[in-house]
Write a protein that binds this ligand. Structure first.
Ligand code: KG4
Ligand code: ZN
Length: 340
């Protein structure tokens, strides 16, 4: 089955074609730049940009795969969570294409897409596994028994970790989204200059809190008389080290509690090099297998939607003709995959 995946939940237009036998055939992603000077995503601008880019990207993705729309067997689009207007662009186009071509169409949970993205890699995990989902809107520890069977065992009480990266990056004068830029800046940071607290690690449980860390970064910035490039790099280093340590400590705790033997790390922040290194060390110490995607499939992309949608379409699921999107949608609202 060849499935076109469409991702438009936020500020990336991601398109891909996944073949259930051959794997990923092609993918394209356009990251919107209109938001950089606003310090965050402007929903109306995001929708307008998706409208401009989505069809040219579909055409390009089909061309790269050597296909036309008539070669598609199914369509998958992101149904939520995300920005309502942005979601509607992909949902409406995807559903209309499916209707016109007479092929099954399915709305995919964006977070399920992230969780399953490591299945696009040559050595995918097997079920069950523990997952750390770290994105711009979510910071969750999840036990995954099989596709659609997810249990949330840890969550953020306030800001998501990607949001904390973006807000701290903004304080340091970095463009939105600042995560990757902050991490590059941190590489030049002095390891010994600042030490940031590791939030909630001395309390039991698997929940996170990152808003205090962002405030700590703001106070550090305002206490510096000169905010030169080296000072910015030193703050970036201290912030990232605190985030990475906190996530690693909570993952260790969750691995011990669940006795999981596999850890999957997914979502935009899982592209972070320091986090990947730290979790590699943790997993080696605990004899746990670690899985993550190539960085391009950690951040929002169409391939993860095509993959997740393909699994559900193969199981016989498909949507009716009324188009729905769900701006707020928890991972636990996913349904178990029908296996017969
Ligand atoms: O998963 P994603 O593309 O979108 C959401 O579903 O939210 O995640 C985007 C988030 C942004 O906050 C971005 O700054 C962060 O992931 N991010 C990173 C890195 N690459 C992206 N954060 C830290 N280090 C990175 N290398
Ligand atoms: Zn995402």
């Amino acid at each position: 089955m060849r499935v076109l995946g469409i991702e438009t939940s936020c500020d990336e237009t991601g398109i891909a074609i996944y073949d259930s036998i051959l794997g990923l055939l092609s993918h394209t992603v356009y990251s919107q730049t209109v938001h950089s000077s606003f310090g965050g995503v402007v929903p109306e601008l995001a929708s307008r940009d998706h409208v401009q880019k989505i069809l040219p990207l579909i055409e390009q993705t089909l061309y790269q795969a050597g296909m036309t729309v008539r070669d598609l067997d199914g369509i998958a689009y992101t149904k939520g969570p995300g920005l309502a207007g942005a979601l509607f662009i992909g949902a409406m186009l995807g559903r209309t294409l499916g209707f016109t071509l007479g092929i099954p169409t399915i709305g995919v949970h964006h977070l399920e897409g992230h969780l399953l993205a490591p299945f696009l890699e040559p050595n995918p995990p097997s079920f069950p596994f523990l997952a750390l989902l770290v994105s711009g809107g979510h910071t969750e520890l999840v036990t995954v028994n099989e596709i659609g069977d997810y249990q949330l065992i840890g969550d953020t009480l306030d800001d998501a970790v990607g949001e904390a990266f973006d807000k701290t990056g903004k304080l340091l004068g970095l463009d939105y989204p600042a995560g990757a830029l902050l991490s590059q800046l941190a590489e030049k940071g002095n390891v010994h200059r600042f030490y940031f607290p590791r939030p909630m690690v001395d309390r039991p449980g698997l929940d996170f809190s990152f808003s205090g860390l962002k405030t700590y970064a703001a106070q550090t910035v305002s206490s510096c008389q000169i905010l030169d490039e080296q000072t910015k790099a030193d703050i970036a280093y201290a912030f990232q080290a605190a985030v990475v340590d906190t996530l690693t400590i909570k993952c260790r705790r969750a691995l011990l509690e669940t006795r999981a033997t596999r850890l999957v790390v997914a979502g935009g922040v899982s592209a972070n090099h320091a986090l990947r290194q730290s979790l590699k060390t943790l997993c080696q110490q605990h004899h746990v297998s670690l899985f993550f995607s190539k960085p391009i499939f950690c951040t929002d992309n169409g391939a993860m939607i095509a993959y997740a949608g393909c699994q559900r379409l193969i199981a016989g699921e498909q949507d009716g003709l009324s188009v729905n999107v769900y701006p707020r949608l928890s991972l636990t609202e996913c349904t178990k995959l029908y296996t017969g």
